[in-house]
Design a binder for this molecule. Structure first.
Ligand SMILES: O=C[C@H](O)[C@H](O)[C@H](O)COP(=O)(O)O
Length: 222
């Protein structure tokens, strides 16, 4: 999609020599990674921290140097996509199942840029399911606990079997009737034993790169 390409490529301009860059997951940030590989050939020097096995493979194929898992100390800039963005820049992520590593990287990054086509903007987050990554042990109990917060849960499946994340966990997609306080909900979900992470990303995005109604790339900042 052209809008994903334009937004994704623009974000690559924010990477400077010597940076450690969190490389997100999905079809929009894919264009960022492609652009970064192009800039690398022109002399840009940086190292990447991939947020998924999928991104790790793409980056490795393009020859992008990656920091190995046990050596990630500092991330200068994270760039990633989103499934939904509300007017306060609260994000829902995890449509591709990569939310856990994505949140670790977004939280650690000094700056976090989101790349998204305009279709990702929603007036109400409750219109979108929140992916919750849960460890398989006693996941029925975790699910029951989640339901007590007032949502409908759905185990994510792939080819008729449970979808397994890069971390060996399940995803429960949770639909709430309303979300009054996303920050509080993010914390409440995280407090449930068995929950590894949830797809609500509050207070994280510093900039959002998207397109306006004229199809021009715009950078929204808080
Ligand atoms: O788990 C997947 C991620 O949260 C992605 O960043 C998100 O799904 C956005 O992906 P896309 O850019 O393909 O719409």
């Amino acid at each position: 999609m052209e809008s994903k390409r334009l937004a994704g490529e623009k974000a690559a301009e924010f990477v400077k020599d010597g940076m450690v860059v969190g490389l997100g997951t999905g079809s929009t940030v894919y264009y960022t990674i492609m652009k970064l590989a192009e800039r690398m050939k022109q002399g840009l020097v940086f190292k990447g921290v991939p947020t998924s096995v999928e991104t790790e493979k793409i980056a490795a194929r393009l020859g992008i140097p990656l920091i190995s898992k046990g050596e990630i100390n500092k991330i200068d800039l994270g760039i990633d996509g989103a499934d939904a963005i509300d007017p306060d820049f609260v994000l829902i992520k995890g449509g591709g199942g990569a939310l856990l590593r994505e949140k670790i990287v977004a939280e650690a990054a000094d700056q976090f840029i989101v790349v998204a086509d305009p279709g990702k903007f929603v007036p109400n987050l409750a219109d979108v399911e929140i992916p919750v990554e849960v460890i398989p042990f006693a996941s029925e109990l975790t699910e029951k606990h989640l339901k007590s917060l007032g949502c409908h849960t759905k185990l994510r499946v792939n080819n008729n079997t449970a979808f397994i994340t890069d971390n060996g966990n399940y995803i429960l997609d949770c639909k709430f009737e309303e979300i009054k306080n996303p920050k509080e909900l993010e914390t409440q979900i995280l407090r449930i034993p068995g929950v590894a992470e949830n797809g609500l990303f509050t207070d994280m995005a510093n900039k959002i790169i998207t397109l306006n109604a004229l199809g021009e790339v715009v950078i929204l900042a808080k």
